[in-house]
Design a protein around this ligand. Structure first.
Ligand SMILES: *Cc1c(COP(=O)(O)O)cnc(C)c1O
Length: 386
């Protein structure tokens, strides 16, 4: 699916320099179509989690496909609006929304603030009152489910900062209902990221059903439930599995949820929409050996793609230019002055030389959006297939 020749043409003509992100827009469109196929005819609404990749070209493509936007900062609200997302298709989550960010959301009239604490509810109510508006909210519930993913990206257990935990939820719902400038739309969940088995989602359905029954008995009905995102992708085999397991994912919710009439389910997918369409393209600056190892040193580093350094994650690496038949194990590293600036240990690559071009695959999510200027480096540029 990855369009090598188009990319090499651009590099050869000197129109682009590395490191850069290359996005396969055809794959992005097929991915969006796969999502739309799975939710057709269901009371399901999918919001794209913009923090995975906020590149304006990517945002525009996703907006055109009809998805909504899941946002985590005031600047993301503004960027989503610029890309054409309607405020009625925007949800805004985050444990530390500032007054200014809340004002942006209230002013735009976004569909929903996913609130993470009682103090936040009171502040949103205050700001909405001052602005003469009503703010739609959902309460983010910490369902205490272990998503069995990396500890930095599990979000749904009581050990982490997100949401309101189950013992306090009744009080939080009562508070939301008592605040006159809030409109409580539903409950929100997000258990973690890069979730690769469906069992945590099945557990989540049980929790949600239980809560729907519980609140129905107390006379509270929700117009929607937001089940969050987190669906993982296959980092090991991007060519065999370019599209995430959307069928299995949505099937769990179709089967597992006991929805009330008219009730909708929202989802917030980030990684599974954009990860596979992006590759980080880099040139080999040097190949060096010491007594123990061979190193391939790239012009891309952790400032361009921080996932390996931050979560010890592994991305498939391909040498796009080597004609060699023989393979050698290399440590593939970046140029940054940090020992964690390593893309892979003992990666088998064809014999690699200075000037070769490599692709670090599955880098469309949490790649470009997490890039930094550490070491005063330039931010990576981006190139798009047609
Ligand atoms: C990051 C995030 C998502 C998206 O997670 P993915 O793993 O990229 O699907 C969804 N909802 C919330 C609240 C998030 O913070």
């Amino acid at each position: 699916m990855f369009n090598k020749s188009h990319l090499m043409e651009m590099l050869d003509e000197g129109k682009q320099s590395t490191p850069l992100y290359y996005y396969d827009m055809e794959l992005l469109r097929s991915t969006l179509n796969a999502v739309k196929q799975e939710i057709a005819g269901e009371p399901f609404v999918v919001h794209y989690a913009v923090k995975a990749n906020g590149n304006p070209v990517i945002l525009k493509e996703i907006q055109r496909s009809g998805l909504g936007a899941d946002l985590v900062s005031g600047n993301e609200i503004v960027a989503a609006a610029e890309a054409g997302f309607a405020p009625s298709m925007m949800a805004y989550a985050g444990v530390g929304k500032t007054d200014r960010e809340i004002e942006i959301g209230v002013d735009k009239g976004i569909y929903c603030f996913n609130v993470e604490s009682e103090p936040e509810m009171e502040v949103i109510n205050e700001i909405a009152t001052r602005m003469g508006k009503t703010a739609g909210i959902a309460i983010r519930v910490n369902p205490d489910i272990d998503a069995h993913t990396h500890r930095y990206i599990t979000t749904g257990t009581v050990a982490n900062k997100f949401g309101i935990d189950l013992p306090r939820l009744d009080d939080a719902v009562d508070l939301a209902l008592s605040l006159p400038h809030l409109h409580l739309r539903g409950l929100h969940f997000h258990i973690g990221s890069q979730v690769t088995t469906m069992q945590p989602y099945a557990l989540l359905c049980d929790r949600i059903n239980h809560l729907l029954d519980h609140y129905e008995q107390r006379g509270v009905n929700f117009e929607m439930i937001d089940a969050g995102g987190g669906l993982g992708i296959d980092y090991g085999n991007p060519d065999d599995n370019p599209i995430a397991a959307f069928h299995d994912f949505f099937q769990v919710f179709k089967r597992g949820l006991n929805l009330r009439p008219g009730q909708k389910v929202h989802f917030e997918l980030g990684r599974s929409i954009v990860a596979q369409c992006g590759s980080l393209i880099s040139k080999v600056v040097f190949v060096k050996e010491n007594s123990a190892k061979r190193f391939v040193i790239l012009d891309a580093g952790m400032t361009d793609l921080i996932r390996p350094a931050l979560y010890t994650s592994h991305h498939k690496i391909e040498n796009l230019t080597s004609q060699e038949q023989e393979s050698v194990a290399y440590d593939v590293v970046g140029p940054i002055c940090e020992s964690s600036d390593v893309f892979a240990h003992d990666e088998l690559l064809p014999v690699t030389r200075r000037g070769d071009v490599v692709a670090i695959r599955s880098a469309g999510a949490y790649g470009e959006s997490m890039a930094s200027r550490y070491n005063m480096r330039s931010l990576p540029s981006s190139v798009f297939s047609h």
